[in-house]
Every structure is written in C-alpha cells, then in structure tokens.
Ligand binder design. Structure first.
Ligand code: ZN
Length: 125
C-alpha cells in the first residue's frame, strides 16, 4: 500500500516562508521573524495605551480650563467640538439618575445632554 510521506506545510506567520522543520505547531521560520512579530504586537498595544492616555490628558485639560471659567452648564456637543472624548474617563458612579464621571481628580456630571458640576476632588493616594 502506498503511504504518502507527511509533508510539513506550515508557513511562517511573519514572512510567509514555509517552515520545513521543527514541531508541527511551529509558527515562525526563525528567531528574527518571531522577534519581529512579537515586537510589533507589543508596539501596537503600547500605541493604543498611549492614545488612551493622550485622550485622558486632553479631557483633563479641557475640564480644568472650563472649571476656571464662570460657565456652569456646558452642552455635550460644545465639549465634543473642543475635542473632549466622552468615551474616556477613569471612574464612573451612577446614583439614581445622576451620572458622575471622573477624569483623574476632575469630577463632572452629565445630565440631559449638558455637562455640569465640574470640580476638582481631593485626591488622596
Ligand atoms: Zn519567517
């Protein structure tokens, strides 16, 4: 009976070259492809975290600037046009229907499409 020889058909997930030796679950053809692949994964994660940090910093700056003005009710749409990203905050509390957000030690409430009560809390570490 003819028996076909098992042929390794895996390809390197970094460069696409065939992997002709090693374990059948091997993903890379060589150490440098493995390192290149993992470095890129790490870099992507780092860039994402940096983007979130930058957005939080920008939000903080906007809140701090508004806190120093006489404005007390700022429409959400106005905050967005200033570059405020409502999807980024560091803490959130909902009591009854009142939603309170924190951006580090900067507190603000959102009610009826308006941002109110911007204040700095006593941050204790
Ligand atoms: Zn490779």
């Amino acid at each position: 009976m003819y028996k076909e020889k098992t042929v390794q058909t895996n390809v390197c997930i970094e460069c696409g070259d065939r992997i002709s030796y090693g374990r059948s679950d091997k993903k890379f053809c060589c150490e440098s492809c493995k390192n290149r692949y993992h470095n890129r994964q790490t870099q992507t994660s780092r860039q994402y975290r940096q983007k979130v940090k930058s957005s939080l910093e920008r939000n903080y700056y906007i809140l701090d600037s508004l806190r120093r003005t006489s404005l007390r009710n700022i429409p959400v749409a106005d905050m967005k046009s200033m570059g405020f990203r409502f999807e980024y905050f560091t803490s959130y509390v909902k009591k009854q229907s009142k939603e309170t957000f924190l951006c580090y030690d900067m507190k603000y409430c959102i009610s009826g499409g308006v941002v109110t009560s911007i204040s700095k809390v006593n941050a204790e570490i």
